[in-house]
Design a protein around this ligand. Sequence first.
Ligand SMILES: [Zn+2]
Length: 284
Amino acid sequence: MNSIFAKRRNRLLAMKALRDNYIPGDRLTVCPKCGQEHQRGAVAKDLFVCPGCGYHFPLGAYHRLSMILDSGSFRELNEKLLAADPLSFPGYREKQRTAQRKTGLNEAAVTATGTIGGRRCVVGVMDSRFFMGSMSAAVGEKITLAIEYAAKNKLPLILFCASGGARMQEGILSLMQMAKTSAALARFSEKGLLYISVLTDPTTGGVTASFASLGDIILAEPGALIGFAGPRVIQQTIGETLPEGFQRAEYQEEHGFVDAVVPRSQLRETLSRLLRLHEKGGRS
Ligand SMILES: [Zn+2]
């Protein structure tokens, strides 16, 4: 019986993952870093990493989950939680509908439970295709509910961050999510549970200033832009030229903000190993 449900869940995730990166009629893809053209199929096979220069293309949330979780273990949390329009911001509703239609997502974050290497955990993934992965009240609520679910069930938590910052159409309500998610993580941490944050391109603004930076272990994908304000704003403010690679994952690792830069091909294995080590640590 269980295996029937597992197969069904796996099929559902595979379908959603396929939709994430499907562009009709688009056989070739141009790498924005090196400018080379590649067969889309070849890039997809390489986990959406450029075969020429190693550039990590952005991934849809379901696609990411399908790469990370054990087959058949995916169970989505709070799938129906939708964005609201608390300030009646002109044009916001329409933009939400367009983003939903284009991406098949309800919001810029998908949260789920599943297993990695046989160990149960809670995983949240932000999707930069939806309003640049910006933090709406609904995104904050989804992340908070995922943290609380992990705390209640004593499960490790992994959050894949990708965000342009706060959702400006929701004003102060968006900014409040920084405090809300941070407070939930503090309660989670008091229970001695493990939180791993994985910073992907780009992780900026309010997300960097809250849950992205609060991981017990902070991993990052190669080349990811990680910062609060963008490099252009900083350069204009301080009136100085910034060093090469400023705010990139490797730079942040060198300066101690990131624990390790992990290529996408090694991410699942790294997470699996960390979960295994944590479980053993907890037992001794
Ligand atoms: Zn490239």
